[in-house]
Design a protein around this ligand. Structure first.
Ligand SMILES: [Zn+2]
Length: 162
């Protein structure tokens, strides 16, 4: 009886562990999409950052932190921290919001058709977390001819280290 237990117990434990390990991947949350509960964001973001990124708001022109900001570095999503726009692609559009002619790469920004306020515009959102960023217009400079018009409230800035 004792010898039987000595064999059976480790076998039972091992099979429990392997069943658990095999079932694990289904139980893990998707690691590539970051979804934060809304309440946490309300605590972490300023009211304006929350209004712009979560409720598709727009900050008033010439009031944001970055419309007239010229440091070298990277602009990241204020919600999830992903790199969105490099300072090299920033230009003075005169519109009162930070403007870029291209995103940091072609996967980080997604566009949706926005028909609010009686206009048809292309809304831009963070592809990683869905935060509203602003709009993209076809009147930008070369080489892309695009103007990514972004709310400062959707961004954080990371200066380039030298
Ligand atoms: Zn994001």
């Amino acid at each position: 009886m004792k010898r039987y237990l000595l064999v059976a117990l480790p076998v039972a434990i091992l099979s429990c562990i392997s069943i658990y390990l095999l079932a694990m991947p289904d139980k893990l949350p998707m690691p590539n999409k970051i979804e934060k509960p809304a309440d946490d964001l309300r605590e972490r973001l300023t009211p304006e950052q929350y209004y712009v990124t979560q409720q598709k708001g727009t900050e008033a022109a010439f009031t944001g932190e970055y419309w007239n900001h010229h440091e070298a570095g990277m602009y990241r999503c204020v919600v999830c921290g992903v790199e969105l726009f490099a300072s090299e692609s920033k230009f003075d559009s005169g519109c009162g919001w930070p403007s870029f002619y291209e995103a940091a790469n072609d996967k980080v920004v997604d566009t949706n058709t926005d028909t609010s306020h009686g206009m048809v515009r292309d809304e831009i959102v963070c592809d990683n977390c869905g935060a509203h960023l602003g709009h993209v217009f076809p009147d930008g400079p070369k080489p892309t001819g695009l103007r990514y018009c972004v709310n400062s409230a959707s961004l954080t800035f990371e200066p380039k280290k030298d």
